[in-house]
Design a protein around this ligand. Structure first.
Ligand code: KG4
Ligand code: ZN
Length: 353
């Protein structure tokens, strides 16, 4: 950590490139969300990976490399900010795909050197779990459910950098389950939004898909059984009608939402034992963009005596504003990271300080 090198304005340019979204944002302090996010651009890579079963790391890295510079220029323009007005450059340095992380971090470090600004390397998961503080000013401490494509975990957010993971998925993440169900139903990628859309016309009670661990102690989760149940269900059908697909989508979405809500109730009770004053619950990550999941978690919070916060939908899925916000919180405690700060494809939240 270096001596404090920031002005009070604290304008940060942030880059996110850990998976298949290239995102750039300019973030600063302010009383409201619209003052805090000065610029916010996100480019997906759907067409790049469309012919493959999932994200191809090498193609993802190349796509980040080709789009990043124009996105940075567009962000500065959107924010009406010149490079010399920035206080710091931040980039996601883990966890995620090595190639994409390298592209984003190298760009961030290069700009920091050229513009003589401090650089901050930010943990992607920390970006997600601090997002409710960007969107709603939620005070520490709180209980977070981070539910995305690669992660599904309950974490006690005690203060900046002080995180206790209470439980996590033993196999697939909830977003991964949505993606696999979408694939089985031929709904396309990313699966979450596609399943949510298909589910709108379906009967969520048509199929009784598994809701693993819901009555067990602890805060772990499990979603791998869902894709097997959906596959078995499809194999039993003579013809796959549109109606059947929407019913399966609705039933699978209900199973994921019920499981997350039931496990959240356990996590709330468990967390209150660790920290009796705790009364705030937040949900973050791509699956938090699902309105049915959000509603079930909100109901669980009402029953468990917790306040409920979920960020706006465009701050649930991967974005750079969350990286900028985490950097801002770290900059506010005079933190900066050197040009030699490491890229960490694996970087557990509990290793942060
Ligand atoms: O947080 P995120 O953008 O990237 C990761 O860090 O993984 O999350 C992406 C995941 C994908 O699995 C995607 O299918 C899921 O979040 N997702 C959704 C919705 N939007 C994105 N799942 C359910 N409903 C949605 N509306
Ligand atoms: Zn993410």
């Amino acid at each position: 950590m270096a001596a404090c090198c920031y002005s009070t304005g604290m304008l940060i340019l942030a880059i996110e490139s850990s998976c298949d979204e290239t995102a750039v944002a300019v973030v600063g302090p302010g009383d409201e969300l619209r003052e805090r996010i000065k610029a916010h651009v996100v480019r997906g890579q759907m067409e790049v990976h469309a012919d493959y079963a999932g994200v191809v790391p090498e193609l993802a890295a190349r796509a980040h490399g080709s789009i990043l510079k124009p996105l940075i220029e567009a962000s500065l323009k959107q924010a009406h900010v010149a490079p010399q007005e920035l206080d710091a450059i931040a980039a996601t340095t883990g966890p995620g795909l090595m190639g994409g992380l390298l592209v984003g971090a190298m760009m961030g470090k290069t700009l920091a050197m050229a513009w003589r600004k401090p650089f901050l390397g930010i943990n992607h998961l920390e970006g997600h779990i601090l997002t409710p503080r960007l969107s709603h000013t939620v005070p520490y401490p709180y209980l977070a459910l981070l539910t995305s494509g690669g992660h599904c975990l309950f974490v006690l957010v005690k203060s900046l950098g002080d995180y206790q993971v209470l439980g996590q998925t033993r196999d697939d993440a909830a977003g991964e389950a949505f993606d696999k169900v979408a694939k089985l139903l031929d709904l396309g990628f990313p699966g979450g939004p596609a399943v949510e859309k298909a589910a709108q016309g379906g009967n969520h009670e048509a199929f009784d898909f598994p809701r693993p661990l819901i009555n067990q102690a602890g805060c772990d989760l499990s979603f791998a059984g869902l894709k097997t149940a959906v596959r078995n269900c499809l194999e039993k059908q003579d013809i796959i009608t549109e109606r059947l697909r929407t019913d399966i989508a609705a039933s699978a979405q209900a199973a994921i939402g019920d499981t997350l809500a039931a496990r959240a109730r356990h996590a709330m009770a468990f967390a209150k034992n660790v920290m009796p004053s705790l009364n705030q619950f937040v949900v973050v990550g791509g699956v938090a963009a699902n309105l049915s999941v959000r509603a079930k978690l909100e109901a669980a919070c009402a029953r468990g005596g917790y306040g409920f916060t979920a960020p706006p939908l465009n701050l649930c899925t991967d974005n750079a504003a969350m990286i900028g916000w985490a950097a801002l919180e770290r900059a506010q405690r005079c933190e900066s990271h050197g040009m030699d700060s490491a890229i960490q494809p694996r970087w557990p939240l509990e290793n942060l300080r």
